[in-house]
Design a binder for this molecule. Structure first.
Ligand code: PLP
Length: 403
């Protein structure tokens, strides 16, 4: 059995190449917090974000006033998108833009994908996909008179996609990393399968961006969306991003045809003419305050490096599994996440018949985890902030409170 002693935890923290990054975050001011293991729902704030927000309000907004739009703010969605593409998405410039929420970006990209495949009348997704994804697939299908084909596995392999796609498939909507179990779906292989059948894929990267390397261009991905307030620490309600592969730029269109996506925003034209390139994915005025958090989160990730982040996520995952096997499996817990490191994203989910009540008790005791219906306790691991001793402390409390 693996060594799960406090000394081992201290040693892992001492050897952690990313340990110093914790200092870059606002300290947790509530002394009642024993461990924060929900950074995959809401990442912790960076000190730099607090400083930059103050500076923006006092100098850019307070001093430059309306002039700041032309001087700086209007270019931000594209500049930040390019940086995000470079640091986290494997996307060359000009294909990623920061806008809206993930839900809105998903609606826009799914409509764009379906419009590029006229005559095809099916959208494919899986029954275990995140609610917003399932709801939007159903509403787009209803809006356009299409049929939804459901994959019923909850851990989507390329073969599952091959089985339900064909000449009727317009678009496939899937999460790269499953929000419940952290199972990773093979993005490149699934994209290939769907392309072979003539369809397009919209990837939801909410649980992978900033946690593991994503290679959109190399995979020949069509569309992708994702949020910035989880592993990118951009803050509550910070804007999402969307990616459209350059090969679709000539033809793609999206339904929320606001002035910010028009060719001449300030021309006050009579008719909507889409801007060239990714900019046509925009709709309304960019959320400048929220983009401050995105900028700082992406800059910190660039400094840390996504490969080092991924390596630590794997090590933290292994540590949770070792502690679970030693302490929690004997108490009736089971592991819902893949044990294979290559198939597990940035969290570990434990199942327990009494998970709902236990989760409430844990949160009352300062162990901030996430409950996921029906019986999952999700241990979120944010490599830039989570420590090995912190994880051990949390698992110790779970053992104590469940025992
Ligand atoms: C968190 C999450 C979302 C959130 O969408 P919002 O529009 O930001 O609320 C969407 N999809 C997945 C897979 C998520 O994990």
């Amino acid at each position: 059995m693996t060594d799960v002693s406090p000394e081992r935890a201290d040693r892992l923290d001492a050897e952690d190449a990313l340990a110093g990054f914790r200092e870059r975050f606002v300290p947790i001011t509530d002394p009642g917090v024993v461990a924060y293991l929900d950074g995959n729902s809401l990442g912790r704030p960076l000190r730099a974000t607090a400083e930059r927000l103050r500076e923006l309000v006092e100098h850019e907004w307070g001093g430059r006033l309306i002039r700041a739009w032309e001087e700086r703010w209007l270019a931000l969605p594209g500049q930040l998108g390019d940086e995000l593409g470079r640091v986290a998405l494997g996307a060359a410039p000009g294909q990623t833009i920061v806008a809206d929420s993930t839900s809105v970006c998903l609606y826009k990209t799914l409509r764009a994908a379906v419009a590029l495949r006229p005559g095809r009348d099916e959208i494919v997704t899986d029954t275990a996909n995140f609610p917003t994804d399932r709801f939007l697939v159903e509403s787009v299908a209803a809006e356009l008179g299409l049929t939804v084909r459901w994959i019923e596995t909850g851990d989507v392999h390329p073969g599952d996609v091959a089985a339900v796609t064909g000449p009727r498939t317009a678009a496939v909507v899937l999460s790269h990393v499953d929000y419940r179990t952290a199972a990773i779906t093979d993005l490149a292989a699934v994209t290939r399968v769907v392309h072979e059948r003539g369809g397009l894929v919209v990837w939801d990267l909410c649980h992978s961006v900033g946690s593991l390397p994503v290679e959109l261009d190399a995979a020949g991905a069509d569309f992708a969306v994702g949020c910035t307030y989880k592993f990118l620490n951009a803050g509550p309600g910070a804007p999402a991003f969307l990616y459209v592969n350059a090969r679709h730029h000539a033809e793609f269109g999206q339904p929320v045809t606001g002035w910010m996506g028009a060719a001449d925003t300030f021309g006050m034209a009579e008719k909507y003419v889409p801007a060239p390139g990714i900019r046509r994915a925009l709709s309304g005025t960019p959320p400048v305050l929220g983009m401050v958090g995105v900028q700082e989160g992406v800059a910190l990730l660039a400094e840390a490096g996504i490969d080092r982040v991924r390596a630590k996520a794997v090590a933290l995952g292994r540590w949770v599994l070792a502690l679970a096997d030693a302490w929690l499996v004997p108490l009736g817990f089971t592991v819902a996440s893949p044990r294979d490191d290559d198939r597990r994203g940035g969290h570990v989910t434990l199942r327990h018949p009494d998970a709902e009540r236990l989760s409430r008790v844990l949160i009352e005791h300062g162990v901030l985890i996430d409950f996921r219906r029906p019986d999952g306790i999700r241990i979120g691991l944010s490599p830039l902030t989570t420590g090995f001793a912190e994880v051990r402390r949390a698992m110790d409390r779970i053992r104590e409170l469940a025992g």
